[in-house]
Design a protein around this ligand. Structure first.
Ligand code: 4AD
Ligand code: MG
Length: 447
């Protein structure tokens, strides 16, 4: 017999014989019966188990195997419950010590017990939505003929040029001669798989990566992680317009997939985390994203009936307060900002004819700010060589990137979506440290 998850058991019929596996959420001892709620993470709902008398060591947190049959449930939350014939305590749990004995804990505290927090309703729901969003990602790109490719985690080149890379080394001291290091040169954890994805797109047409990326920026914010997952599609024979179209369709696909397949968890978030979440998400699916060029956005921000902590001027990078104002208050929906000044964007972005801006696009969403960053890539060899010089990068480091522009160069474009920011966007959770099972941020790499 195939092992059934609680999600499936709850859809069973009266008299079905079942075996349930899970962890105890609550135990209520009554004179003749004991009521046990168990959960196995397959659904937010618990399975109610009713047994005669009691078993030793039955306590919150213990793991159980229960045999029995389904009976109609008088409770309003479920139609069936499990009338137990046998209850086996597999792993005991000392109620005097178990940290999750109490019902409600702060998210801050739960982060310190990341080995137990997936047993809470909120973290369980976050993980199920996260799972659905990664499946939706593959569905979306596979249906469109994109190839899923893996790019290296260890790299010798800085894609974003922000100098925010973690060094990878086997040297005794970081100052030792890099030519004596494991790879014979300085290497780092990748900040993005984009440059390698471009190589693949320039042969296989449409590709995407979905992997871990690392940033050593000392950002102690609710939107930054030192290790996060990024989805990076890259398309050959594509310009900024088709890039934006793909990004908007992808975001909408993920949101509608979650609305359809994670209804129970999203209702939970709507009730306990962000009131109005379901309406907000439905609006994302139903209405077209706004489009504003950077230059116009600066004018809007200057005229905003609001004082920002950081002043804005043409040429300054937008802070999260500006991004959120544009998406949350001005547009009241996701907005795509385009044509940023070249000086605040990465070297690989395609120069616009005005000579000052590049064919870049960022998608800003309410509550979060930037969720996607992308661009058309500079495919003209001479222009790219000049940019590498202007950015004071070492041409030798990018010899292969430049050669791509020599042998059958092609207009191409892509973007990167921060997966944990998408999880925040869809669940309404506030802090990115709660959108990944084992968050890494400055001063924190436990578990
Ligand atoms: O805007 P970014 O830096 O763009 C790139 O890395 C490009 N190479 C992507 C591409 O065109 N293929 O990062 C892309 C996205 C951001 O929009 C944001 O959602 C997320 O990655 N992100 C982070 N998420 C969590 N923690 C951080 N420290 C992040 N930095 C960026
Ligand atoms: Mg960006």
């Amino acid at each position: 017999m195939q092992k059934k998850k609680i999600k499936e058991i709850l859809q069973g019929k009266v008299d079905d014989k079942v075996t349930a596996h899970g962890w105890v959420r609550t135990v209520r001892d009554q004179k003749t019966f004991t009521f046990i709620e168990i959960n196995d993470g397959s659904t937010l709902k618990n399975l109610q188990v009713v047994m005669d008398g009691n078993v030793p060591n039955l306590a919150t947190g213990a793991s159980l195997i229960v045999h029995g049959h389904l009976v109609e449930s008088p409770g309003k939350n479920q139609s069936v419950e499990l009338r137990a014939s046998e209850v086996h305590v597999i792993g005991t749990c000392d109620p005097a010590k178990y940290p999750l004995q109490k019902k409600r804990h702060s998210f801050e505290y739960l982060r310190t017990i990341a080995h137990l927090r997936p047993r809470t309703n909120t973290q369980g729901a976050v993980m199920r939505v996260r799972n659905a969003l990664s499946f939706a990602t593959h569905l979306f790109f596979q249906q469109r003929g994109f190839l899923y490719l893996q790019t290296p985690v260890i790299t010798g080149s800085d894609c974003e040029g922000g100098g925010e890379m973690f060094r990878v080394s086997t040297l005794e001291k970081p100052t030792d001669d890099p030519s004596k290091d494991f790879f014979g040169k300085k290497t780092y954890l990748t900040v993005s798989g984009q440059l390698e994805a471009e190589i693949m797109a320039c042969a296989l047409s449409d590709v995407y990566t979905f992997g871990p990326t690392f940033r050593a920026e000392n950002s102690n914010t609710s939107r930054h992680l030192a290790e996060f997952w990024m989805i990076e599609p890259e398309m050959a024979f594509a310009d900024l317009k088709s890039d934006m179209k793909c990004a908007e369709e992808y975001l909408k696909f993920c949101v509608s997939y979650a609305l359809e397949h994670c209804a129970e968890d999203l209702e939970f978030f709507d009730k306990f985390i962000e009131q109005g979440l379901l309406v907000r998400l439905q609006n994302v699916v139903d209405s077209p994203f706004a489009h504003i060029p950077y230059t116009e956005a600066i004018e809007i921000l200057k005229k905003a009936p609001k004082t920002f902590e950081f002043p804005v001027n043409w040429g300054t990078d937008l802070q999260s307060e500006h991004e959120r104002y544009l998406a949350e208050e001005y547009c009241k929906k996701p907005v795509i900002l385009t044509d940023y000044p070249a000086s605040i964007k990465a070297f690989y972005m395609r120069s616009n004819p005005d000579g000052k801006t590049v064919a870049a696009m960022d998608i800003l969403v309410p509550k979060i700010g930037e969720i996607i960053g992308g661009s058309q890539r500079e495919e003209r060899l001479d222009v790219l060589e000049k940019k590498i010089e202007d950015f004071r990068l070492n041409k030798q480091d990018y010899w292969w990137y430049l050669e791509l522009r020599e042998y059958g160069s092609v207009p191409h474009a892509g973007f990167g979506l921060g997966f944990e920011r998408l999880v925040l966007f869809v669940t309404g959770m506030e802090n990115i440290r709660d959108a990944i099972a084992f968050p890494r941020f400055p001063g924190h790499a436990e578990f």
